[in-house]
Ligand binder design. Structure first.
Ligand SMILES: NC(=O)C1=CN([C@@H]2O[C@H](COP(=O)(O)OP(=O)(O)OC[C@H]3O[C@@H](n4cnc5c(N)ncnc54)[C@H](OP(=O)(O)O)[C@@H]3O)[C@@H](O)[C@H]2O)C=CC1
Ligand SMILES: O=C(O)CCC(=O)C(=O)O
Ligand SMILES: [Mg+2]
Length: 418
């Protein structure tokens, strides 16, 4: 396929997806990447260096990634004459099926809508998978950070996060308010004049496909529990329905049985015969539970906005969003990205922690079946942290640490891959 600005590498082949959704990964796969806005310019080249070093070391030159830059955000707007979200970027991700992206800026309270969310919506990347684990030696505000080991499955396509909303005082907002009051009998809009309105869609289909992935992951990784996190006491037909549909799925598709009359459900892991508990916790209570009793939680399935909040809160428990990775997944496309944003005040300073994007790439390597290279990244990360050679975010909380730049931390990871 001919692209306008994307340069396809001279060497390399596409990763393809089989009918059973497994991947065919050639030894020289082409991987598209978006550098990202803000600190993307700092962390993305470091991620590429670390991944290349891990792959070279693991496979002695037999395997190698051909990186292909694609564009969204500020760099796209420059290159494509004001187009922040070029169609050929979506085409490339669909075509090459595995990619990685840096963070993209979203203006607050006006301007364009999130490009990150737009990518998830356009590609129907309905799972946002964010593992939260502690690396020994990382400074943390909690006493026993090693007890936090969870994987968030955040619904990535629905909820208030989809951005269906109208600005206060516009004819559109007034029309929706009028419809609600006159045709739906709504009397509870406290101040209907100059009132912004947002819509929160949560469907059975959207819930079931996300929760199915989360339960399957719990089974495959032989984990003890899955917790449905929701605010269903207040938002009964969206968050409450999410909880009910999740339990129904566990009963109907995974042979669940009620524990003590319900609502908790027990399912058998077909691979190990062990019991898996499916439970639910209301979202506000969950924020204190994960802090006070983290070892009681392993996999979390939740809606889009809850998952956003929980991701950053849990990341802080294990040392901050400098090492919080993630993946956006559909059934056949995977786009990896860090949990954090563009941290604009640090742009171009070679200062921030590249760990989140490097660990996102580590998830990508496992997704490709390149586990040996992924393992080397974990070894290197552990080594660099234990040697106390770290970026500012860890250094400011560690005693006796050596402050490294973003790129130097990447070099330290490579050095410790032995
Ligand atoms: N997926 C994406 O692309 C996302 C994009 N965004 C967008 O990013 C922009 C900025 O958002 P903002 O709310 O400032 O959140 P950010 O996540 O960008 O940054 C908040 C703070 O987190 C810390 N931080 C973030 N990244 C790193 C890192 N790599 N290493 C060390 N510390 C880090 C810094 O803390 P400190 O000040 O303590 O050093 C930083 O000031 C917004 O436009 C937002 O919409 C936000 C989240 C996700
Ligand atoms: O898209 C954005 O700007 C923010 C997204 C975000 O915070 C997230 O997905 O975790
Ligand atoms: Mg977020």
């Amino acid at each position: 396929m001919g692209y306008q600005h994307i340069k396809v590498p001279a060497e390399g082949e596409k990763i393809t997806v089989n009918a059973d959704l497994s991947l065919n990964v050639p030894d020289r796969p082409v991987i598209p990447f978006i550098e990202g806005d803000g600190i993307g310019v700092d962390i993305t080249p470091v991620m590429i260096n670390v991944v290349d070093a891990a792959v070279a070391k693991a496979y002695s030159g037999k395997k190698k990634i051909s990186w292909m830059e694609i564009y969204t955000g500020e760099k796209a707007a420059e290159l494509y004459e004001g187009d922040w979200f070029p169609a050929e970027t979506l085409d490339a991700i669909k075509d090459y099926v595995v990619g990685i992206k840096g963070p993209l800026t979203t203006p607050v309270g006006g301007g364009f809508r999130s490009l990150n969310v737009a990518l998830r919506q356009e590609l129907d990347l309905y799972v946002c998978q964010r593992p939260v684990r502690w690396f020994e030696g990382v400074p943390s505000p909690v006493k026993e950070p090693g007890k936090t080991n969870m994987v968030i499955f955040r619904e990535n396509s629905e909820d208030i996060y989809a951005g269906i909303e109208w600005k206060a005082g516009t004819p559109e907002a007034d029309k929706v308010i009028e419809f609600l009051q006159e045709e739906m009998g709504v009397t509870k809009i406290r101040f209907p004049q100059e009132c912004g309105i947002g819509i929160k869609p949560v469907s059975k289909e959207g819930t079931v496909r996300l929760v199915r992935k989360a339960i399957q992951y719990t089974i495959d990784q032989d984990l003890p529990s899955l917790t449905i996190v929701h605010k269903g006491n207040i938002m009964k037909f969206t968050e409450g329905a999410f909880k009910n549909w999740a339990y129904e799925l566990a009963m109907e598709e995974f042979g669940g049985t009620l524990i003590d009359g319900g609502p908790w459900v027990s399912i058998k892991n077909p691979n190990t015969g062990k019991d898996i508990v499916i439970k639910d916790v209301i979202a506000d209570a969950m924020l204190q539970q994960v802090l006070l009793r983290p070892d009681e939680y392993s996999v979390i399935a939740t809606l889009n906005l809850n998952g956003d909040y929980l991701s950053d809160a849990l990341a802080a428990q294990v040392g901050g969003i400098g090492i919080a990775p993630g993946a956006n997944l559909s059934d056949n496309i995977a786009l990896f990205e860090a949990t954090h944003g563009t941290a604009p005040k640090y742009t171009g300073q070679d200062k921030v922690n590249p760990g989140s994007l490097i660990l996102s790439a580590e998830m990508m390597l496992r997704h490709m079946g390149w586990n040996e290279a992924a393992d080397l990244i974990i070894t290197g990360m552990n080594g660099a942290i234990q040697a106390k050679t770290v970026t500012y975010d860890f250094e400011r909380l560690m005693e006796g640490a050596t402050l490294l730049k973003c790129s130097e931390f990447g070099d330290a990871i490579v050095k410790h891959m032995a």
